[in-house]
Design a protein around this ligand. Sequence first.
Ligand code: URA
Length: 245
Amino acid sequence: MSQRRKEILRELGLTPIWRRRGDNALSEPAPSTLTIDQSVPVVNATITATNDREAQISRMDWAQLKAAVAGCTACPLCQSRTQTVFGVGDEQADWLFIGEGPGAKEDEIGEPFVGQAGKLLDNMLRAIQLQRGDRVYITNIVKCRPPNNRNPEPSEAEQCHPYLARQIVLIKPKLIVALGKIAAQNLLHTNESIANLRGKLHYYSDIPLIVTYHPAYLLRALAEKAKAWEDLCFAKATMQSLLTQ
Ligand code: URA
């Protein structure tokens, strides 16, 4: 094996043995309620409330957005969270990495990707000469931990999307990297598998987007790390060409 390949495998954390963190059972939250104006038809009132909320969020600055996320009760995930997990990094980053949602450690600390999957993500970043906070921003599709680390429901992702959309507008990243199926499918509005989505250049609005495996999946599927490495090389080459445009 070449020295370079050894270095890459080490950067990707292929040598240590990783363990999945345990699931802590949480009780199911009660459904959320929406207060609506009784004097107008329910459907219209709901659409108006949704549009108003999205419009308000789309005008927020960073401070307003952070406060809005911290106090959000738009979906049932608010009932079981310890705290919201907004995102971390360079607010003018070229690179935006988007995961699925906070896990137990992230819910405890308030920062995305700080558990075992986060350590692997940091190694993946290092493999392409990046590091958390330096031209890199990291966030998630949903800002609150789904109970038992289940996938976020489509309705939860939808309620949270205005926050992510505003983060993207404020950051203006040159490239988005979707980490895993949930992030990719939500950002691209598709049900396609990761296998079909990776290796291609997609767009979110007009921002180039590349799909790769979620670090938590890579911890369980070591053989897929080679494909993740290909994705990272593709992302790096794409960024280089975007920077020279
Ligand atoms: N998995 C995610 O998708 N996001 C995190 O922040 C942590 C684990």
